[in-house]
Write a protein that binds this ligand. Structure first.
Ligand SMILES: NC(=O)c1ccc[n+]([C@@H]2O[C@H](COP(=O)([O-])OP(=O)(O)OC[C@H]3O[C@@H](n4cnc5c(N)ncnc54)[C@H](OP(=O)(O)O)[C@@H]3O)[C@@H](O)[C@H]2O)c1
Length: 485
């Protein structure tokens, strides 16, 4: 396989396999392979993985989708996608494209057609024999959430859900399923989906994905809090005035009206990505860096967020929709004018809410959450606003405009952390100003960050579920949704 040449001055390649361990050979089966997520994210991610990190020889990908196509046509479609969506400095050369395409196979079927799954079983067995994939499979459900149950049921019915014990040497092969967000529409549907999964897959085979957890900067919240001694003693209601979590997107909904009309900003962002960021910002220190210890602590925090009553909803939440305007010099139509959106739509594209976490650490600290589409700037950040000093030595005129200490964790773009503190302006007068102490991810390490999907797909391949969402966690976080209406 050819090696990518990074232009002079560009960032160094990151590592992706923990402890340098390559995963076992496997086949990734993508359901919904002609869809937006697969084309825009999954295929470029797999191509990048394959090209820049050692993957086992026989690694293969089977697309399961309903459009009539053969392997060759699918390979052409997959190459078009990676050429369109991989960044310019990351494009594959001819040889690498050929290698990528040769690992692609197509299984044409509707999701509810039993024969399609029998056909899939045949393809998988053939790949096991010919490519040495050893019965290891990752099923990726890049599908409308309403179809997840049917696919899971059919996989179970076709005997494709359980690992083939001992069939390939002494080692048991593995079978894992990746399920996208949003996970259900509300608590009842999330619980129902969990029950349906559990009938077919064991929890340890189930990887509920939230791509925010794959972001380096989100994972860095744990490192920042628990590998540094100086912040944690201040990380509580005694010193923190309030916390803000903002996820602002500058794009509108694009071509995803069908999905967005059903989801809205709360289901799209709050009950998954923002709840995950909230958990990592506020949880107690886990007893170990492992999947269950971390997820135990996340669940505890989620359980301490009280449901909003109807009065709370009226007092502590705001929902809105974008109107027409100009963003970054480009015209933006209003949400109601977007293709596929009902002119009478009540779906929120913006939400702001105030939450509390009822435990010793966070009692009475407000958490202000805001997210929306078509906003002036794309930015995701967590701001920890510390309290004022108990007694200010300086006169009001000397501290005019000065804000109390503020720590900002920038998740995207311009990933990094900055701490605002007061400093004396040079000169005889005792004037104080805010200054920033700034850490920038890219400048500090000179290493490119792995894409979030790359991180998570790689973790699933090696069977590490630390960054995926556990059953009880998803059922607790989805309750923010329940309390909405
Ligand atoms: N797109 C994103 O940026 C994004 C981000 C995060 C999470 N997600 C989640 O990822 C999942 C997929 O989203 P998406 O945007 O990729 O959806 P999408 O563009 O609507 O793609 C859906 C895929 O499912 C296929 N499909 C639908 N009904 C089918 C059926 N009965 N039988 C066989 N195939 C069928 C479609 O095939 P046809 O092409 O034949 O219609 C298409 O390949 C959703 O759960 C979404 O919430 C998406």
């Amino acid at each position: 396989m050819s090696q990518e040449v990074h232009p002079a001055g560009s960032l160094k390649q990151h590592t992706i396999w923990q402890d340098g361990q390559m995963p076992e050979p496997c086949t990734v089966v993508i359901f919904g392979a002609t869809g937006d997520l697969t084309q825009r994210k999954l295929l470029p991610t797999l191509a990048h993985l394959l090209h820049d990190h050692p993957l086992p020889e026989g690694f293969s990908v089977v697309a399961f989708a309903r459009r009539p196509m053969n392997d060759e046509q699918w390979r052409g479609m997959a190459l078009d996608s990676i050429n369109k969506y991989m960044p310019d400095n990351d494009k594959l050369d001819r040889e690498a494209q050929h290698d990528f395409a040769q690992r692609m196979y197509y299984c044409q079927s509707d999701f509810n057609d039993r024969e399609g799954y029998e056909k899939l079983a045949d393809i998988l067995e053939r790949l096991d024999r010919e490519k040495g994939t050893q019965g290891n499979r990752m099923y990726y459900l890049a599908t409308p959430p309403t179809l997840d149950s049917e696919i899971i049921f059919q996989l179970g019915g076709a005997g494709l859900a359980r690992p083939a014990a001992g069939q390939y040497g002494d080692e048991e092969s593995w079978t894992r399923i990746v399920i996208e967000k949003p996970f259900g529409r509300d608590l009842a549907s999330a619980q129902k989906l969990n029950r349906e999964i559990a009938r077919v897959f064991h929890e340890r085979q189930t990887y509920r994905i939230d791509h925010y957890m794959g972001k380096e900067t989100v994972q860095n919240l744990l490192a920042f809090r628990f590998a540094n001694g100086i912040f944690e003693p201040l990380w509580n209601q005694k010193y923190i005035d309030h916390v803000q979590i903002v996820v602002a997107e500058s794009l509108g909904i694009g071509s995803r009206a069908e999905y967005y009309e059903e989801a809205g900003a709360i289901r799209d962002m709050v009950q998954n990505h923002i709840m995950q960021v909230l958990c990592l910002t506020t949880m107690e220190a886990p007893v170990a860096f492992d999947a269950d210890a971390i997820r135990d602590e996340k669940v505890k925090v989620l359980r301490a967020v009280p449901l909003l009553t109807p009065e709370d909803v009226a007092k502590r939440t705001v929902r809105g929709q974008y109107t027409a305007g100009v963003i970054n010099g480009q015209p933006q139509v209003s949400y109601k004018e977007e293709k596929g959106v009902s002119p009478a739509s009540q779906t929120e594209t913006y939400v702001a809410l105030k939450l509390f976490i009822e435990n010793w650490r966070w009692a009475e600290v407000p958490f202000y959450i805001r997210t929306g589409k078509a906003l002036p700037k794309r930015s995701t950040e967590v701001t920890i606003q510390f309290k004022r000093v108990p007694h200010m030595l300086y006169k009001p005129a000397e501290t005019k405009g000065l804000v109390p200490n503020r720590l900002t964790i920038r998740i995207q773009p311009d990933e990094g952390i900055s701490l605002k503190f007061a400093a004396k302006v040079p000169g005889a007068a005792r004037h104080l100003n805010d200054v920033d102490m700034n850490f920038s991810y890219s400048e500090a390490f000179g290493i490119e960050s792995p894409d979030a999907y790359e991180r998570l797909i790689a973790d699933c391949m090696v069977g590490d579920s630390t960054l995926f969402i556990r059953r009880d966690e998803v059922e607790t976080q989805v309750q923010v949704e329940v309390s909405k209406r």
